[in-house]
Design a protein around this ligand. Structure first.
Ligand code: HEC
Length: 436
């Protein structure tokens, strides 16, 4: 993906806004996707293991349903492929000229996502086909490992802007910043996985087009407790991470926008906790849809928060981008000018064609034919191509020794080309005379 860094041009202000918006939208989808797949695979493997060792078919069934839930939306696996590509483009714009080839970080992310999602799907199929527990668990663990790597990459790129001073020393395909932030963010991802998985269990068991219809009373009861409990645990833990970020990065807390967004995030998490609590306490799974919406909203606010952090954290980069965009516009304008004059070359050639076709019956350059030799009449037009064009388009009587020149009905463009050609050739003729 190094190619992306090469084709990118300095973004203008409106491009940056679009890039930021793309980053926000895609990161939300990608984050939920990764957490969901990671959580579903991990917990499914846990239940399968428990079901087999305790010889309790209930857990085995629950484990199977958990991973099937991930693949119940047809083609959902493809959802994981687009984000790294789209993010690579958007980030490359924002980090333009920073010396950081940011697009290269998305290549391993794409590969890890592919392998992780592929293994997780393989695990899902294995549950139907073989009974080798160890093999099943190993595949699931491998899937989780790769999905985790992808998440690690995403988190690392996400916090790049917190550390502009490290940009120059970052090597490799995953930005290892080696800072507590990276570690804390990874923990946050794990906790977030609990929320996403729990909420998804509620959503898929009870809400999605009637939910899991085969579920009996005991099963529903268990799914409700497990889903809401898991999600509630994850949600209650999240504020810790938000507070940590604010303590570690006073610059983020400094911006008023960032402050409001963080307060908003806390509010959303609070409402989500209350909803999950109500699901648990009243055994009312219908609120699961609301929990799902709130979970997506929380993710959105979280990512917006990061975007604001980026904007305050790397003000210089954004200012630099503004500068570069202005320079780039200038360069474009220059190139356009050059193209125009290069078009001039073409029009001389075209002028020669027209001259040979339309004028040579009456004119030669240095001999009198029907009309006067050009060398005699052109001196007065040197430096005044417009006047020559005017004459060609509309010949007027000039010299009593000659008959009038007829109007040849050339177009404005053709007349300009011929005039250019004539003056050009006259200049060369003069230069040659000067040498002799
Ligand atoms: C049918 C013959 C004829 C053709 C074809 C013709 N010319 Fe002429 N041209 C003349 C004559 C005759 C004059 C002299 C007119 C005068 O002095 O009033 C003249 C004069 C000129 C002059 C001198 C004007 C001046 O201010 O003294 C220019 C320049 C010229 N022609 C260019 C062209 C070009 C360019 C073409 C082709 C697109 C062209 N002519 C085609 C007959 C022709």
């Amino acid at each position: 993906m190094e190619i992306i860094d090469k084709i990118i041009f300095p973004p203008r202000h409106d491009h940056i806004l679009v890039s930021d918006a793309i980053i926000i939208a895609i990161t939300v989808i990608y984050f939920i996707y990764l957490s969901f797949l990671t959580g579903a695979t991990l917990f499914s493997a846990g239940f399968i293991y428990r079901g087999r060792t305790e010889e309790n078919p209930f857990y085995t069934r629950f484990g199977k349903d958990l991973i099937r839930m991930a693949y119940s939306v047809k083609g959902a696996i493809l959802l994981g492929l687009l984000p790294p590509l789209a993010l690579a483009l958007a980030y490359a714009q924002i980090f333009y000229g920073s010396g950081l080839e940011v697009a290269r970080f998305f290549q391993p992310m794409l590969i890890f996502t592919l392998i992780g999602a592929g293994l997780s799907l393989f695990y899902c199929k294995l549950l139907e086909k073989t009974h080798y527990l160890i093999f099943q668990i190993l595949v699931a663990v491998a899937a989780v490992f790769f999905l985790f790597l992808a998440a690690y990459g995403l988190i690392s790129v996400n916090i790049l802007s917190f550390f502009p001073e490290k940009w120059m020393v970052i090597k490799g395909s995953i930005p290892h910043i080696f800072d507590a932030t990276q570690f804390v963010r990874l923990l946050h991802f794990m906790v977030f996985t609990l929320t996403v998985t729990g909420v998804s269990v509620l959503f898929f068991t009870f809400n999605l087009s009637g939910g899991n219809v085969d579920a009996d009373e005991q099963y529903r009861d268990y799914a409700l407790k497990f889903g809401a409990g898991l999600a509630l645990a994850g949600t209650l833990l999240q504020p810790l991470f938000i507070l940590w970020t604010y303590k570690a990065f006073p610059t983020i807390a400094e911006s008023l926008q960032g402050y409001y967004v963080a307060a908003g995030l806390m509010a959303v998490l609070y409402v989500l906790s209350v909803v999950l609590y109500l699901v648990l306490a009243n055994k009312n799974p219908r609120l699961g849809s609301l929990a799902y919406v709130l979970m997506v909203l929380a993710t959105l606010v979280l990512v917006v928060d990061d975007t604001i952090a980026r904007r305050t954290g790397v003000k210089e980069q954004y200012l630099y981008l503004q500068d570069e965009a202005a320079k780039f516009e200038e360069k474009l304008a220059l190139e356009r000018e050059e193209l125009k004059s290069a078009g001039g070359e073409i029009s001389v050639a075209r002028g020669e064609q027209i001259y040979n076709a339309r004028c040579t019956s009456c004119h030669q350059f240095d001999k009198r034919v029907v009309g006067p030799p050009h060398v005699e009449v052109l001196p007065k037009y040197v430096g005044k191509p417009d006047e020559l064009v005017k004459f060609i388009l509309n010949p007027v009587k000039v010299n009593p020794d000659y008959p009038p020149m007829p109007n040849l009905g050339l177009s404005q463009q053709d007349a300009e080309a011929v005039a250019k050609y004539l003056l050009d050739r006259y200049q060369k003729y003069q230069a040659q005379q000067g040498k002799q």
